[in-house]
Design a protein around this ligand. Structure first.
Ligand SMILES: Cc1cc2nc3c(=O)[nH]c(=O)nc-3n(C[C@H](O)[C@H](O)[C@H](O)COP(=O)(O)OP(=O)(O)OC[C@H]3O[C@@H](n4cnc5c(N)ncnc54)[C@H](O)[C@@H]3O)c2cc1C
Length: 349
């Protein structure tokens, strides 16, 4: 089935809790229904589109003057299993953390470090979500969906997905063209645990044995202690990406700021903690109107109450400007800004 609504309020469809409306809002509960809708209604070819999951990585700065499409395709199916591997398909509308729980309860490893990341399965390969030393690309075997430009079902195997740091083929070349309808995951029944990141191993050992359940519990405990719960305080997790720079630049910065956290990021490259840069630029805990940089985690911008998307965007611009001035590093937003911010604010200074 499909349902189409008009002038639809998105306030409860984005974790920032921003008031914005969509001109058209379509929900579908199967891939066939999406194709049916497009055949029956023939929406304007150049109408702006946005695929929406749980809205946990978006910032609406204006109303959305096009069609939002939300797949509500649910269901988790075990496709095959042997002694080593379980192959599982999950619908785009499945809540990601329900999927993680489902896997952990069955002893299927690979996603436990990604516990409690908000959002739905459909966005997982798009964003190539990551946490605690693991990225979704390590378990995604195949991504199925619909190419809306030609109204055809298509699937991409792992090597075709062009995964990168919080990006993929679906976020770049096929953005707003290919809607993910389900994802096939290769999970392991002989798990290799990834406990190198931060205090994860210590937290797991406090709970007892190293196993999938305790890793999931420890990740949840750490996340709950550090990150604001979007059901209580509007936010979209990390607002900025951790910048990746050539090693030579990293070395110069490290000389000037010996306590700067720097991580290896592939041949000749290093990753710098954006939260640290923002804190040192003096922004941790600072407010602008109803928006603020979180006082525990400077990478997160929050809606204190009643903030507009424009206010939050403006705060992010001020942070970018100050980090650039102090460190000569241009922060890039991880959150997708939706709406015409140039028209709203003029050229960023
Ligand atoms: C408190 C908090 C903590 C977070 N922590 C992390 C973290 O540790 N690691 C991390 O990686 N992320 C994190 N995030 C960001 C967010 O949870 C992820 O990016 C998540 O995958 C977004 O899922 P969503 O369903 O909400 O997608 P949305 O925000 O609705 O959409 C995100 C992007 O994916 C596209 N998209 C969504 N569904 C589809 C689909 N079916 N087909 C094609 N495109 C689609 C959208 O068009 C958009 O470009 C955090 C967010 C919050 C609020």
């Amino acid at each position: 089935m499909y349902h189409l609504k008009h002038n639809f309020s998105l306030k409860s469809n984005n974790t920032f809790g921003i008031s914005a409306n969509a001109k058209h809002y379509l929900t579908v509960d199967s891939p066939e229904d999406l194709i049916l809708f497009f055949r029956e209604n023939n929406p304007e070819k150049n109408e702006e589109r946005l695929f929406l999951g749980a809205g946990s990585n978006l910032l609406f700065v204006t109303d959305f003057n096009g069609i939002i499409i939300r797949p509500e395709i649910v269901g988790i199916d075990l496709i095959s299993e042997d002694n080593d591997v379980a192959v599982v398909e999950a619908g785009a509308g499945v809540v990601w953390d329900h999927f993680v729980d489902w896997c952990v309860e069955r002893g299927f490893g690979g996603v436990e470090n990604l516990s409690l990341i908000p959002g739905n399965v459909g966005a997982v390969p798009v964003q190539n979500i990551g946490a605690y030393g693991v990225e979704a690309e390590s378990v995604v075997a195949e991504v199925k969906g619909i190419d809306l430009d030609i109204l055809e079902c298509k699937s991409f195997n792992h090597s075709e997905c062009q995964f990168g740091y919080r990006t993929s083929l679906f976020k770049a070349v096929l953005k707003e063209r290919f809607m993910v309808t389900s994802v096939i995951f290769n999970l392991t029944k002989q798990p290799e645990f990834h406990l190198e990141y931060g205090a994860l191993k210590t937290e797991v050992l406090k709970l007892g044995k190293i196993n999938l359940r305790n890793i999931r519990k420890a990740v949840i405990l750490i996340r709950e202690s550090k990150l604001p719960d979007p059901s209580k305080v509007g936010n979209a997790g990390s607002f900025f990406k951790n910048p990746i720079v050539p090693e030579a630049i990293g070395n110069v910065l490290k000389n000037n700021y010996p306590d700067m956290p720097v991580y290896h990021a592939g041949a000749g490259l290093v990753k710098i903690a954006a939260g640290w840069l923002i804190e040192k630029a003096g922004w941790k805990g600072k407010s602008v109107g109803n928006s603020a940089v979180h006082d525990k985690q400077a990478l997160v911008i929050i809606n204190k109450e009643g903030a507009t998307g424009k206010e939050i965007f403006k705060l992010s611009e001020m942070v970018v400007k100050d980090v650039l001035k102090k460190f000569n590093i241009a922060l890039e937003r991880e959150v997708l800004v939706i709406g015409n911010q140039q028209a709203s604010f003029g050229e960023p200074k």
